[in-house]
Design a protein around this ligand. Sequence first.
Ligand code: ADP
Length: 536
Amino acid sequence: MSELPLTLSLVLRRAARIGGARPVVTARPEGGERRTWAQVTERALRLCGALRRLGVRPGERVATFGWNHHQHLELLLGVPLLGAIVHPINVRLHPDDVVHVSREAEDAVVFVDASLTPVLAELRSRLGHVRHWVVMGEEAEVAPAFAGAPRYEELLAAEAPLENLPEVDERTPASLCYTSGTTGRPQGVEYSHRSLVLHAMGALMVDSMAVSERDVVLPLAPFFHANGWGLPYSAAFAGAALVLPGPRLDAGSVARLIERERVTLAAAVPTVWNAFEPVLREGKHELSSLRRILCGGAPLPMRTIQRFAEHGISFLHAWGMTELGPSGTMARAREEGFPEERLAPLATQGAAVPGIELRVVDGAGRELPWDGTSVGELETRGLWGASRYFRGAAGEERFRDGWLRTGDVATLDAHGALRIVDRTKDLVKSGGEWISSVELENHLMAHPGVKEVAVIAVAHEHWGERPVAVVVRQPESRVSFEELVEHLRPRVASWWLPDAAHFVAELPRTATGKVDKKVLRREYAPRAPGPPIREG
Ligand code: ADP
């Protein structure tokens, strides 16, 4: 049989021919900037010419520092066609981490959004390895330090589409993304062409995201987060319309975009959808086109699922990791039954998508039964799973016998449905037993006075650790610690009840929008000697 290599040129050709007339829209303050896949792919090939002229060689890294827009999309498609590696840097990383990842990657060229040039202007002296800087976007926003840098559109205008693309082996690295760094320093994952194509095909499967030619796909997940969850490549392969949000990810802007572009599939972490409650309540936007919301990356509260269900919008609840590019599992609502019955499967993360395998192991590495109750560390492997970290001797212990130790604590049931109990680092270990911070958060979120909550472990002299809740109240709410305990009492074992609650205006977030429990643990660590922490 044919051994046609699984490279992104296969994806590009299909986008150009089959999806050629379908739109690619970037949200702009004055409306949408509209192109077609035919235009985007033609521009990606002109970009290849420009990269050659800049002296980019196969195997070199070309970084991006930008929001989701069509020029960034062209980089995601174009850079790998030359055998070079596109490296979308997380624009929300701490400056020291930006320097760290760019140095580790030895980025030869950096393409930066004009609006973000002030951020990089500060760091430029520490990024001496970068040979060229290229600016994308609004001239008025360019920081003085970048005044003389080449402009993206000028580079493209000077080129014809590159005709003779080099032959690229399917195992060649195509893209480099770093983990969010929720529990430690971000780790790089280098995706091969093969893994990106297989991941893109996987997303087209009906029991996965079912991306199709009829979809209008809105990746709110930034491209630096596992390539916008691979959706640009899946949409290109399917010939689906693609809508790119630019920097505005607040609920109002997203709702307007969904309404205007008739989006059918939108993808983002829970933070984005949790913030939708007021928009849904006010009902000012027509969201009926939205057939499914893809959500993963952090625990998804049942309350959010219910709020959208009341408006006829259903969730695809996914578990994934940067190391999986990121698609791992998928849960979807049942099509029939009472509302609660229909939503029940979404309380889990669902079964592994075809191509991915899971197992749960005990402390000695023995596989545990798929009974829905045996709790252990989740391990995974699959067609698009990483087998090591980029340049990383650090983290080697996470890859064992071809399986990746995820750092997630989970159960698998007889149907293969995964339930994430917690992250190993977030479990509260009290008196030798563990308490799931995720489960406590889910129950607390069901209280009408709670807008957001994080449960963290706080060191305790006698028990080792005890749970403490950090709570953001709803605007009108005065809910107290005692009321929250009463709310939890019938729902969890008494020794799970938090020792204290801190009421705050907002929760700290990591660069991909996850609650940053590292910061909370530091902030609320007991300071000896002192009174026990307790606030009403
Ligand atoms: P980081 O591990 O630094 O946060 P990633 O963005 O790759 O970087 O996150 C992967 C992790 O996110 C998983 O290991 C898991 O802990 C968490 N996660 C992903 N999806 C879900 C989900 N649906 N529910 C709960 N946690 C999730």
